[in-house]
Design a protein around this ligand. Structure first.
Ligand code: ZN
Length: 150
């Protein structure tokens, strides 16, 4: 039998890193673009993708133009879509009052993938990486980064 496998990327590496920080909860939005840039520089990788993932079911990751008007608009849009004062089944069952936070997490999602080229994240000029804490109390959070490339 002939072997058809070939190595396309002989120098590929995977580097794991993480960013830890505290939040106030209640839709606090943190700009993670700077920290992710710093970790990319530290990895010394030039081309590939970075996967960001939040372990936890009451926070999310997305990108947005990080300016105060839009941050307020996002906060208000989430409140309209998934109100914090609704009587959720999760709250009836567990009494932790954060049913809205779990639903917002499910809507926004726990991860992002961003390509990088020549050592630079390929984000738009007005596109920042943001972490949103939907929970109803202050938290210590961790975002896991995996750089895959060369
Ligand atoms: Zn809960």
């Amino acid at each position: 039998m002939k072997l058809k496998r070939k190595i396309i990327y002989p120098a590929m590496k995977i580097i794991r890193d993480e960013i830890t920080f505290t939040t106030k909860g209640n839709n606090e939005i943190k700009d993670l673009t700077g920290p992710v840039d710093q970790r990319l520089a530290a990895s010394r990788m030039k081309n590939g993708i970075v996967i960001l993932f939040v372990p936890g079911s009451t926070a999310g990751l997305t990108t947005i133009e990080y300016e105060s008007g839009l941050l307020k608009d996002l906060d208000l849009a989430l409140e309209r879509l998934i109100p914090s004062d609704h009587a959720y089944e999760h709250d009836r069952r567990w009494g932790d009052g954060n049913g809205h936070a779990h639903l917002r997490h499910a809507l926004i999602g726990p991860s992002l993938t961003i390509p990088f080229n020549e050592g630079k994240l390929e984000l738009g000029t007005w596109q920042q990486i943001v972490f949103i804490d939907f929970d109803n109390r202050p938290r210590t959070r961790k975002v896991i980064l995996q750089f895959i490339g060369e």
